[in-house]
Design a protein around this ligand. Structure first.
Ligand code: SF4
Length: 156
């Protein structure tokens, strides 16, 4: 069983969501520690304010075999990475911010739709700067019976 389900059952996931969201007020979600108020709509080095930006999502077959299985890894590509790697293969996503702004309900829907497609996991690509947003969406998705393991897919 995915560990987050046990956290949810014990009421601990809510605590972690609140703790993570509080980091957005003077942002220290990543080691950049920009100190901007993302709850008020400001953005720091990652150019992402209150809501996450998703570039694309779907069953992905280009990951390691153990993640792909028969039905693919359920990737969610987040835009506006907090790193600035000059060799990034996803430059238009990570630095130019291609994608759509999503709220927690939309992000929970994305997770559940990947599960419904038969994907073997939820593969969070470049997630570090939007961990609070992911956690609040995860809580909603668990309420609708999300069960898949999470993959933290970060070049950092
Ligand atoms: S998550 Fe973004 S705003 Fe927050 S500290 Fe990192 S780069 Fe700065």
């Amino acid at each position: 069983m995915a560990a987050y389900r046990e956290l949810y059952r014990r009421g601990k996931l809510r605590e972690r969501v609140e703790m993570a969201l509080s980091l957005l007020e003077s942002c220290s979600v990543c080691p950049r520690s920009c100190g901007v108020n993302r709850l008020a709509g400001d953005a720091g080095k990652c150019r992402t304010s209150r809501r996450a930006v998703v570039s694309s999502y779907g069953a992905h077959f280009g990951e390691e075999a153990a993640l792909v299985g028969k039905h693919g890894s359920g990737t969610i590509f987040f835009a506006n990475c907090n790193l600035e790697c000059v060799f990034c293969q996803n430059y238009s996503i990570s630095q130019l911010g291609e994608g759509h702004i999503v709220g927690k309900k939309e992000l929970a829907y994305v997770m559940l739709s990947l599960q419904a497609k038969g994907c073997h996991n939820i593969n969070l690509v470049s997630p570090t700067h939007v961990i609070p947003q992911i956690l609040e969406a995860l809580e909603l998705a668990v309420e609708s019976d999300l069960k898949l393991p999470l993959v933290y897919n970060s070049g950092g």
